[in-house]
Every structure is written in C-alpha cells, then in structure tokens.
Design a protein around this ligand. Structure first.
Ligand SMILES: CC(C)(COP(=O)(O)OP(=O)(O)OC[C@H]1O[C@@H](n2cnc3c(N)ncnc32)[C@H](O)[C@@H]1OP(=O)(O)O)[C@@H](O)C(=O)NCCC(=O)NCCS
Length: 188
C-alpha cells in the first residue's frame, strides 16, 4: 500500500476551488478523530482551527482501493519508501491519519495527532511527526510543545522517540476523567 500527504491549509487556500473535496476531508478527519481519540473535539473546533491563522493540518492518505490490512514494506512498518508523492487525493482516498498544530512566533503547539486504529504501530505517526518537524524547523520553528495523557504510552513513546522531554505535570488536566497531563517539549 502506498501513502501520501496533503497540506490541508494549502488545499483550502482561497485559490482552491474543490469545496466538496475539502468537506469530504474534514468529515473523514472528524470521523477518524471520533473513532480513535480519547480527548474529544467537536466538529466546530476542526472548522475553527482550520480558519485560524498559524494553524497547520497534515493529512496522511492512501488509495481507497488499497487493502486495509496492508502494513507497508517487508518490515510491516511504513517508511519514506512507501510514499507516492504523485498519488492524487480524490473522493475515493482513505484518510489514515492527521496532525494538527498551531504556530506562534518560533513555537509550535501540537494539538492532535491521530492514526486510524487498524493502522497504528506501523510507522505512520512517526512519518507524520518527522515531516511536520522538518518542514517547520526549516520555517524557523525552534520549540515544539504538547500535552499528553500520562496513560497514553503509545503517544508518549512516539514523542520520546523524536527527542521530546517532559518538563511539567499538569494535575487533573483532562476533564473527562481528571487525568494528569505530561507537558513535553522538543527544542531544536
Ligand atoms: C499515538 C499515535 C498517533 C502513534 O502513531 P503510530 O502510527 O501508532 O506510531 P508509530 O507506529 O510511528 O510508532 C512510534 C513509536 O510509538 C511507540 N509505540 C507504537 N506502538 C506502541 C505500542 N503498541 N505500545 C507502546 N508503544 C508503542 C514506539 O516507541 C514506536 O516507535 P518504534 O516503532 O520505533 O518502536 C497513535 O497510536 C494514535 O493515533 N493514537 C490514538 C490517538 C492519540 O492518542 N493521539 C495522541 C494524542 S496526544
């Protein structure tokens, strides 16, 4: 299975004309979020974030006809070699992950990163994080911040793999269960 990435902000810029595709992407991204995330955003938060100056959305997608169980290359992990940069996004494309962030001055605040459940632990989160960090470091972003549930080992391990360090614990941060948040930062 080949994958590719889409910069959603570029796609919906004033020059983009295909509103049905934009609507399809936001709906699919929201459905994926509802299926896979413990921290729930409502649909309006996606729309508002998309309009906010400084926000960024990276979408990872595959061909809609691809086998859902396919796990990338021979290692079972997706790598740069599995990216088909010429694969077009259309109404049959399948969104398998997304990444939302917000940049202010030379800081990035990571707001959400989600991979479809059946595609997790196959390297997609790493590919998205790597791509976003490299592109934005090249644009002058120096510090990358995020908050994560203390119980979310997969996510904490992903961030540690990319050099994020815990700098603070926010007690009772999550309203749904009173869980603490780890505040993490990566300095470039
Ligand atoms: C967190 C999440 C984005 C990670 O994406 P992913 O595609 O599964 O991550 P990767 O396959 O690239 O794995 C990256 C690292 O995470 C860790 N990891 C992956 N699967 C793991 C598992 N089952 N248990 C523990 N750690 C795991 C490993 O350290 C891995 O590095 P390695 O492959 O070099 O060993 C994804 O699991 C997800 O969408 N979770 C639900 C939403 C969520 O919690 N988002 C985070 C909000 S802060």
């Amino acid at each position: 299975m080949k994958i590719n990435f889409l910069d959603l902000k570029e796609f919906v810029s004033p020059h983009a004309t295909n509103h049905s595709l934009t609507e399809y992407i936001i709906k699919e991204m929201f459905d994926l979020h509802m299926r896979s995330s413990q921290t729930v955003w409502d649909r309006k938060m996606f729309d508002d974030e998309l309009k906010r100056e400084g926000s960024g959305f990276l979408i990872c997608y595959s061909d809609g006809a691809a086998d859902k169980a396919d796990g990338g290359g021979s290692s079972g992990k997706f790598t740069e070699g599995d990216i088909d940069a010429f694969m077009k996004f259309d109404l049959q494309s399948r969104i398998i992950g997304f990444f939302i962030f917000y940049n202010v001055l030379d800081e990035m605040h990571i707001l959400d990163i989600t991979v479809a459940e059946e595609m997790q632990s196959k390297g997609i989160g790493s590919l998205m994080l790597d791509r976003v960090i490299k592109i934005n470091a090249g644009r002058g972003i120096k510090d990358f911040f995020l908050e994560v549930r203390t119980s979310n080992l997969k996510a904490v391990n992903l961030y540690k793999k990319f050099g994020f360090k815990i700098f603070m614990l926010r007690k009772n941060y999550y309203e749904d269960n009173g869980e603490d948040a780890l505040c993490m930062v990566k300095k470039s």
